[in-house]
Design a protein around this ligand. Structure first.
Ligand code: PLP
Length: 380
């Protein structure tokens, strides 16, 4: 952790902030599996560490790198993206009012509606692209948190982070952004005055579909952040050391993977935008996309590796095309090196608000022409 703070993301990522093992000079950190740490004869902790439910040396590199990339004061890794997201809500108090978007990762919506409300949070869902509605829904003195996801899963809906931060702050609330689809390379929510950034690190940060992890980064270390950290330590939603180690290894190529995925996703979206078998291509990089102007303002270097295609023929048409794909893998999740596609409405079940004709696509690192050709034959 010895390199200057002005480093460009590519340099910070490639060198994991210049990591060198202090005892061996190794350029890769070791995995520290110990769950416990010794005290000296005076009963003081020798290293300051106590027990691995609080933290682990393998978190340090990931958290420092994330804070660097996001421009935050501190970061914390969690056992999953859901653990990170729910820690933010669990750190609130019964009776607190929160605004969440209508388009939001479905499992988080289920948890908010099915659990958080039982524990006394007042959860209100609002169209985050309609600032007048957000303003009207904010309750001064009661609304503690505005949660937004941009681009959102699975319709890629883009929300204006700077405008939402201003609205939230005017009404005494904080803004948290699920920036999983954007990655720290394309959008820096804290620079747009958000208070917290969340990532499902399972996705682009790790990038290889072999770790479940989550992360939060805060703009300032304050009481709200301390409460969130207490949720991790006390409720024990901790990442394993091996997973943290793999995550750091994955992150070191983020700046190579994400631009390639952005280029490929844009090419796929542009190719199928006016395809006779496609009703709509949903991708923030398309000028025809409703959130494009905001995306141009708040996303830099690309519009992400995620897109959705609405297929002619409703659910039946979408599922038939899905079944004919040979190269794209029919699997949930996103952000890995292999391209994945999913019919979200089937996965989300009867409560789903996702259009039944929608296929969500995570563009990997295969040849773009091969990906387009496979989709072409499936849609033929
Ligand atoms: N946020 C978004 C946008 C997601 O897509 C996901 C998972 O798909 C999550 C949060 C939850 O992350 P995890 O699966 O790591 O718990």
């Amino acid at each position: 952790m010895s390199l200057p703070s002005s480093l460009q993301p590519a340099t910070a990522l490639a060198q994991a902030l210049g990591y060198l093992d202090p005892t061996t000079g190794a350029v890769v950190p070791p995995i520290q599996p110990s769950t416990t740490y010794e005290r000296g004869p005076d009963n003081r902790l020798l290293s300051g560490r106590l027990y691995s439910r609080a933290d682990n040396p393998n978190y340090d590199g990931v958290e420092a790198l994330l804070s660097h990339l996001e421009g935050g004061a501190a970061s914390a890794v969690f056992s999953s993206g859901m653990a990170a997201a729910t820690a933010v809500f669990q750190a609130l108090r019964p009776g607190d009012h929160v605004l969440v978007p209508q388009v939001i990762y479905w499992a988080l919506r289920n948890w908010l509606v099915g659990w958080a409300t039982d524990w006394g949070l007042r959860v209100e869902s609002v169209d985050m692209t309609d600032l007048a509605r957000v303003r009207a829904a904010l309750r001064p003195g009661q609304t503690r948190l505005v949660w937004v996801e941009t681009p959102a899963n699975p319709t890629l809906t883009v929300s204006d982070i700077a405008a939402l931060a201003a609205l939230a702050h005017d009404h005494g609330a904080r803004l948290a952004v699920d920036s999983t689809f954007a990655t720290p390379l394309l959008t820096r929510p804290l620079a747009l005055h958000a208070d917290l950034v969340m990532h499902s690190a399972t996705k682009y940060l790790n990038g290889h579909s072999d770790v479940i992890a989550g992360a939060l980064t805060t703009r300032v270390v304050d009481e709200a952040w301390q409460r969130i950290l207490r949720v991790r330590v006390q409720a024990g939603s901790v990442l394993g050391p091996f997973e943290a180690w793999l995550l750091l290894r994955g992150m070191r190529t983020l700046h190579v993977r994400v631009p390639a995925q952005c280029r490929s996703a844009l090419a796929v979206a542009a190719h199928f935008e006016r395809h006779p078998a496609i009703v709509a291509a949903l991708y923030p990089g398309l000028p025809s996309f409703p959130g494009h102007e905001i995306a141009v303002r708040q996303m830099h270097g690309g519009f992400g590796g995620m897109l959705s295609l609405r297929v002619r023929g409703g659910a039946e048409g979408a599922l038939a095309a899905l079944g004919r794909l040979r190269l794209w893998k029919r699997a949930t999740s996103l952000g890995g090196v292999e391209s994945l596609v999913e019919h979200r409405a089937s996965v989300e079940g009867p409560q789903s608000t996702t259009p039944p004709d929608l296929l969500r696509m995570s563009v990997g690192l295969e040849d773009t022409g091969d990906l387009i050709a496979d989709l072409e034959q499936a849609l033929a």
